[in-house]
Design a protein around this ligand. Structure first.
Ligand code: ATP
Length: 663
């Protein structure tokens, strides 16, 4: 793999490498209830290196990764990046590649990466540069041949498992993070694909001076030898931390010998899984290791204060003064141990990694600090986030809302409805059919929108949660983008349906056509807002679905078609039905300024005025009065707008504050 450098950087250092960061986590403890999940876990991942976190299932690997990523707050312990306590802002310099590959399944890899680049690379970087970065990463991770393949899911084939893993990593490293946290990147891959992936990662890490911490289950020996350091865990404790190459001699010191040609990874995992006395012996030896020469200085108990004193000077730009801190009386023994600063009195190592404090070193520190302390909360403006998300959502939702299946369904229903209500004569005899058709159109698109919003939500929630936890964009940008991008798609189907059915059935003229169309669309958009509420309120899809269906059934029952005269004590409830307003607006258009509705002859009529031989048509305004709530059109439209506003605002607030929320 050809490595790639960030050409946007002004300076390069040493052997052409950018300054990287060292991750140190020390004394991490984390309990859930009575159970200790992590016990005094410490380790280091250095720039240009890969740290493997290994251990049996349930030993706490993912939990540790979550703690480092800031997704879980540890009960105690310290985490620092290049000597500085880790902060929320610094976490933007890291990426977390989840075990699951979470993407919009119907976007191609090119679209997925491009949208990520536009969302997560700095506003000031030109678009051309962002695209170039996508291209570089695609080559680096050997993804070019599948750039135009959709991501896919269980329903539609797309990228292969290995390609999805690489796509997942590519998507995260686009932002050029300094620290990469990978959770089981090889899970589900065959050994060859897994090995290729890890080789690619190794090369990328070295060439670009990145820091990698990865959990891994049972690596092959080829993969195992790619790791610089290994943190072996058992039951939440450190069973070994140190260079991967020294692990067998560590086990040998406990009397556990690995036979030749045996995969060291298999061997160590077998041993930490053995009976309690073997485990205890390993843990005891691991504890002793903490007092040995091999134990990194950064993990010593007294390291923090001294390190911080030096760091304070360094971060305030006074590197040379760091040498002269009285309390610690530093001397640099560059000739014998080039990379270590030592306490002159005790001779104990205090800090790494400076060999010479010249101008170049000062620059490196300036750069590393400016990278870590980047104060921008968002890398792109609200408007950029909104417009990129709108485009992405439009593309992504188009295939869903205007899927072949939905188009066939709408066309089929339009055909069926047209046949059932074909050219109704405008007579008293067809009044029931006429209002039946109007009621059907009032509810159909409401159902359609609410169910669509609920079914689309789980995928949305997963992707947006992932992206928002890496600080990609604001919730409001996502929310407004979702609303505005789906409106044209929601309009498309009622437009086709009403344009066919209205005229074939013979409803009332041009004004009623536009009025009906507008109110059906308004009802559908409002129903979508309620769909969002149910999608956001429940983690379990089935519950959202049941809640959405019950809500729509309530709307239908209280919609004014089945029940006009409710008992007085519950009559108010109908005003909570969105369908009531959509239906009433439509019947108002149908029976106002309309051609006459002819009486049926003789005693068959239900209208007393039709018994008068001089009267040929019914009084439509009186009829309308008898079947409607009698509100003026403007008031009913206003009520619908209030519902629209309330549903959208509630959905937003639920997303913002509920625990199942996005972001
Ligand atoms: N929310 C929770 N409530 C109770 N126990 C939990 C919770 N989350 C994790 N655990 C427990 O913490 C332990 C460590 O879990 P973790 O996922 O970190 O293990 P792991 O080493 O990554 O396992 P695997 O290799 O199987 O993914 C497990 O025994 C798990 O059951």
């Amino acid at each position: 793999m050809a490595g790639f450098k960030d050409k946007t950087k002004k300076r390069e250092y040493g052997e052409g490498k950018k300054p990287g960061i060292d991750l140190v986590f020390k004394g991490i403890n984390y309990d859930i209830g009575e159970r200790s999940i992590l016990k005094d876990v410490s380790g280091i991942a250095k720039q240009g290196d890969m740290l493997a976190v290994m251990g049996p299932s349930g030993s706490g690997k993912t939990t540790l990764l979550n703690v480092v990523a800031g997704r879980i707050v540890a009960d105690s312990g310290e985490i620092s990046l290049s000597g500085q306590p880790i902060s929320k802002r610094m976490r933007k310099k890291m990426c977390y590649v989840l075990q699951q590959d979470i993407f919009y399944s119907n976007l191609t890899l090119r679209q997925t990466l491009t949208y990520t680049a536009l969302l997560r690379l700095p506003e000031k970087m030109p678009k051309k540069e962002k695209i170039r970065r996508v291209e570089e990463i695609v080559d680096a991770l050997d993804l070019r041949k599948c750039l135009d393949t959709i991501i896919g899911d269980v329903f539609q084939r797309g990228l292969s498992g290995g390609e999805q893993k690489r796509a997942n990593i590519a998507n995260e490293i686009l932002t050029d993070p300094m620290l990469m946290l990978l959770d089981e990147p090889t899970s589900g891959l065959d050994s060859n694909t897994a090995c290729n992936l890890m080789k690619i990662m190794k090369s990328y890490t070295q060439v670009n001076n990145k820091t990698v911490m990865t959990t891994i289950h049972q690596p092959s020996s080829q993969i195992y030898h790619l790791f610089d350091r290994v943190l072996l865990m058992t039951e939440g404790q450190v069973a070994y931390f140190g260079e991967g190459s020294k692990i067998l001699s560590f086990f040998s010191s406990v009397g556990l010998e690995c036979s030749m040609n045996y995969n060291p990874a298999d061997f160590i995992l077998e041993k930490v899984n053995e009976e309690k006395d073997v485990q205890d012996a390993i843990l005891e030896a691991a504890n002793k290791l903490r007092d040995s020469e091999d134990w990194p200085v950064e993990l010593h108990h007294d390291y923090k204060t001294k390190q911080l004193a030096i760091c304070d000077k360094m971060t305030s730009g006074k590197i040379n003064e760091a040498y002269n801190i009285d309390e610690v009386k530093l001397t640099m023994e560059a000739t014998t141990e080039k990379d270590t600063i030592k306490d002159s009195t005790s001779g104990k190592a205090l800090a790494v990694p400076v060999t010479e404090f010249d101008d170049k070193t000062q620059e490196q520190y300036d750069d590393a600090n400016s990278m870590l302390n980047d104060n921008e909360k968002w890398v792109t403006s609200w408007w950029t986030q909104y417009s990129v998300l709108t485009r992405r959502n439009l593309f992504q939702a188009k295939d869903r809302i205007l899927s072949k299946f939905n188009i066939i369904q709408t066309m089929f229903l339009a055909l069926l409805t047209s046949l059932f209500w074909f050219q109704m004569p405008r007579t008293e005899a067809t009044l029931k059919d006429r209002i039946g058709l109007i009621f059907f159109t009032s509810i159909y698109f409401g159902f359609f929108s609410i169910i669509d919003a609920i079914t689309a939500f789980p995928e949305d929630r997963a992707v947006v949660n992932k992206e928002r936890s890496s600080g990609a964009y604001r919730l409001s940008a996502y929310f407004f983008a979702k609303m505005s991008s789906e409106i044209p798609l929601i309009i498309a189907q009622p437009l086709v349906f009403v344009s066919i059915v209205f005229w074939v059935a013979g409803l009332n003229g041009v004004t009623a056509y536009f009025g009906d169309l507008a109110v059906i669309i308004l009802g559908a958009i409002t129903a979508q807002g309620f769909g969002l509420i149910f999608g956001a309120s429940f983690k379990i899809f089935k519950m959202s679905f049941v809640a959405g269906t019950m809500f729509m059934l309530f709307n239908v029952l209280a919609g004014g078609f089945y029940t006009v005269n409710l008992p007085y004590w519950i009559g108010w409830i109908k005003y909570l039905s969105v369908v009531l307003y959509v239906y009433n607006i439509q019947i108002t258009y149908e029976f106002t300024n309309a051609p006459p509705v002819l009486c049926v002859g003789g005693n068959l009529t239900s209208f007393p005025e039709c018994l008068n031989p001089n009267v040929t048509s019914i009084d439509q305004s009186e009829y309308l009065q008898s079947i409607s709530i009698g509100w003026p059109l403007w008031a009913m439209h206003l009520a619908l707008f209030v519902f629209l506003l309330v549903s959208r605002t509630t959905a937003y607030l639920i997303l913002r504050f509920k625990s199942t929320r996005i972001g």
